[in-house]
Ligand binder design. Structure first.
Ligand code: SF4
Length: 198
């Protein structure tokens, strides 16, 4: 089938119009959704890439979220996880209070933050006091008078507990990670890990 130049432009023009129509409708819907909304810039909490997101809120509710075009890391783009971030807030399944499962039971119950933080503090203190080591023995090579190496056991100051571990979240920023490291090291923890590495 032969197509004239005029027919070619007619066909491609109407196809482009047909494909462009939904995009225009989407843009219009998006505009009406965010009209009068408060715009807040934030960082995606899901992974360590740290993409910038603009969140629109209206009447205390999140109505829209999109990649921040001015952010140097993602320049407006978001992965599927970041793009669905409104579901983190607008979600009936979201757990808003701490949940506790008592030893020997098979069900979870909602508890208050004050009680939870108090419990964590008590358990950390009790575990640290019970397991804190001032020194630890290790085998090292020691130079002898005749020039040979001999393996000997030596005691070193360690000031640590091996009974508590800490795991950080990708939602933490640099400053929070710095403070957490300081706090965990001051408690004597050595097992300090980060969720983004797992
Ligand atoms: S948008 Fe995706 S890649 Fe960017 S920080 Fe969030 S989860 Fe990571």
């Amino acid at each position: 089938m032969s197509v004239t130049r005029r027919e070619f432009f007619k066909i491609t023009g109407s196809t482009a119009l047909a494909l462009g129509a939904p995009a225009l409708a989407d843009a219009k819907e998006q505009k009406s959704k965010i009209a009068g909304a408060t715009e807040t810039r934030t960082i995606c909490p899901y992974c360590s890439v740290g993409c910038g997101i603009i969140v629109h809120t209206k009447d205390g509710k999140v109505v829209n979220a999109e990649g921040d075009p001015d952010h140097p890391i993602n320049e407006g783009t978001l992965c599927p996880k970041g793009a669905s971030i409104t579901q983190l807030v607008n979600n009936d399944l979201r757990v808003k209070k701490p949940m506790y499962r008592a030893p020997g039971t098979d069900s979870w119950k909602e508890v208050e933050w004050d009680w939870t933080i108090d419990q964590i503090a008590r358990k950390v203190k009790e575990t640290r006091d019970r397991t804190f080591k001032l020194t630890s023995k290790s085998k090292v090579k020691e130079k002898q008078a005749d020039g040979t190496d001999k393996e000997v056991e030596k005691e070193f100051t360690v000031n640590r507990t091996d009974a508590i571990a800490h795991i950080g979240s990708a939602a933490l920023d640099n400053e929070e990670c710095y403070l957490l490291q300081k706090m965990m090291r001051s408690w004597g923890l050595v097992y300090i890990e980060h969720q983004a590495r797992i």
